[in-house]
Design a protein. Structure first.
Lengths: 477, 97
């Protein structure tokens, strides 16, 4: 059986019908990981993956039916899988072994998944290019001179290069959607609280979510069903069951009200993504959707708002890494204070230190009201503005990025330029609303661009319907 | 909009708060980087947020679980990732003479 072009859903079906064994599928994808080692997307292939696939084959033979029965999956390196290293691509946690499973891992294992490895990322998920990994840069699956995006760059690259049918990412400011766009794959940031964050190393707890990266939209909907559902371990998760998102894919968008923000009309002018964004509007209108001009007046403030809230939370979350309980200890420390300071200084990379410092600045005496408190109020104002959009529209659209994947090294010396990479993705982290990125159009070098479809909280089904319609019919543009 | 300025003393204070140490060269290089980042985030400082009320999600309020004894990780598991342990405890250098 040719696995190269097989979707996740078709692979799951083929394994279930025993047209292919989990062992053979797992072996195939492990070989692809090895063949593509030069991309540095996968930090570790688990040595028990094939054994676990064999066990799954026996279970399937005995009647086990799970949505991911025998399906190989890759996880981002900040997701805990018991007994395996979860380093967050940091030297500080290089040898940290997970003592329990993240809820998303438990859900995947319960569904029968075979987790085959962990993917590279920006250290502690801080970055937009995967250049901040302590274990080397991941390369773009489509052009090795370019970044794969970040922070889930390893996960997106692995899916795009055919190293796995699905990978998990985490998205705090665009970290699933931006790399998905750069690698020409599909990634969703679900509604905040849709997926449990228990067992995912925290960066900015109030805005981040775990989500799937897949080759196509239906696979993504299928996978999100597995991952969704509240958990007693995560008080911020919504106490509701998962749902079958595939059922909400209708193959029709007639009468759908699609919002376009007037702020975006200005923001995209002259950008590489401008044509693709305009083509998307035209495509949707030509296919029966009603395009409604609307507005989130403070759209542009979402970016600076994020760069206050996220570092403030990161500063607090990363306080636990002290060289005592579970991270590397400096060999040069003579007393307790030195253990903290030297271990952190030697363990964290430059971008992580930068964000910890920024977080302490915005939280410190004299600045708290001016920055953090103001940012939280602005977040509420943005939510109110979005509410008026969703009173008139079923979804609204945004580009995912300003253009194609940029060259490796191009933005490393300029943090603000790197932060601005997240211009279009950050809004929905601040809002908490779900947002998908699907490939739409090409840039000047023929590399993929992305389109985001955003709906109100818990309306992932509507998003998947629109996204699937575009994916199925785009050739007609 | 004028740029927020930051001094080397403030950068040192932030490094102390962050439990991080830097070389003098690194500290100095933080100043222009930080000022650029502050220029970005200062847009928030200067924006109008109206009456500034924040609606916290209702499900996050008062979400205490029942006080039940549940299974926990064994002590030896907890200690496994520590760089130094002794007699079931995390071990650090002597703090008091």
């Amino acid at each position: 059986m040719n696995l190269k072009d097989l979707s996740l859903i078709d692979l799951a079906k083929a394994i279930k019908e025993r047209k292919i064994s989990s062992y053979d599928a797992t072996k195939y994808y492990i070989e692809k990981c090895k063949e593509n080692a030069h991309l540095n997307a996968i930090l570790e292939i688990y040595d028990d993956a094939l054994e676990n696939a064999k066990i799954m084959d026996e279970k399937i033979a005995n009647g086990f039916e799970g949505k991911l029965a025998g399906v190989p999956v890759v996880i981002k390196d900040n997701i805990l899988y018991k007994g395996k290293i979860a380093s967050c691509s940091s030297k500080f946690l290089e040898n940290y072994v997970a003592q329990y499973n993240a809820d998303v891992v438990t859900k995947m294992l319960d569904a029968g998944a075979v987790i085959i490895g962990r993917a590279n990322m920006d250290e502690f998920a801080m970055g937009s290019s995967t250049e901040n990994s302590a274990f080397g840069i991941t390369k773009n699956a489509l052009d090795e001179s370019r970044v794969p995006g970040g922070s889930s760059g390893g996960s997106a690259c692995a899916v795009a290069a055919g190293m796995c049918p699905v990978a998990l990412g985490t998205d705090t400011g665009g970290s699933i959607r931006q790399p998905s766009s750069y690698n020409g794959v599909v990634g969703i940031k679900p509604t905040y609280g849709r997926v449990s964050r228990y067992g995912v190393v925290a960066f900015a707890s109030s805005i981040e979510q775990v989500g799937p990266i897949t080759k196509n939209v239906k696979d993504n909907a299928y996978m999100l069903e597995v991952l969704s559902g509240g958990s007693e371990h995560d008080e911020t998760s919504l106490k509701m069951d998962s749902c079958n998102f595939l059922l909400q894919i209708k193959g029709d968008i007639k009468g759908l009200k699609v919002g376009v923000l007037k702020e975006i009309e200005d923001a995209v002018k002259g950008l590489e993504v401008e044509k693709a964004y305009n083509d998307a509007k035209e495509f949707l209108a030509n296919n029966g959707a009603q395009i409604i001009e609307t507005s989130i007046p403070d759209f542009k403030l979402a970016l600076p708002c994020y760069y206050i809230i996220a570092p403030a939370e990161a500063t607090s979350n990363l306080g636990r890494f002290d060289g005592v309980k579970y991270s590397k200890r400096s060999q040069n420390a003579k007393d307790v204070d030195e253990i903290y300071i030297k271990s952190r200084s030697e363990g964290f990379g430059k971008e992580v230190k930068r964000r910890i410092m920024l977080g302490n600045f915005v939280l410190s005496s004299g600045y708290f009201d001016a920055y953090y408190n103001k940012a939280k109020k602005l977040q509420q104002k943005l939510k109110n503005e979005a509410k008026t959009v969703f009173e008139k529209c079923d979804v609204f659209i945004l580009p995912t990025t300003t253009g194609e994947a940029f060259k490796i090294g191009e933005k490393m010396g300029d943090p603000v330029s790197m932060y601005k990479e997240d211009l279009f993705t950050i809004l929905t982290n601040i809002l908490g609303t779900p947002s998908i990125s699907i490939p739409f159009g090409k840039g000047k070098n023929g590399l993929p661009l992305g389109l985001q479809i955003i709906a109100d909280n818990l309306n992932e089904g509507v998003i998947y319907n629109v996204a699937d319609f575009i994916e199925q019919n785009l050739r007609e543009v | 909009m004028s740029k927020t300025k930051i001094t080397i003393e403030e950068v040192k204070r932030l490094a102390d708060l962050s439990a991080l140490e830097f070389t003098d060269e690194e500290l100095a290089s933080f100043i222009p980087e930080f000022e650029n980042i502050l220029h970005l985030v200062d847009e928030v400082k200067n924006c109008d947020v109206g009456d500034g009320q924040i609606d916290y999600p209702k499900h996050l309020l008062c979400s205490l679980r029942d006080d039940q004894v549940k299974e926990s990780l064994p002590q030896e598991e907890i200690l496994k990732n520590s760089p130094k342990t002794k007699k079931g405890s995390f071990c650090v250098p002597k703090m008091l003479d």
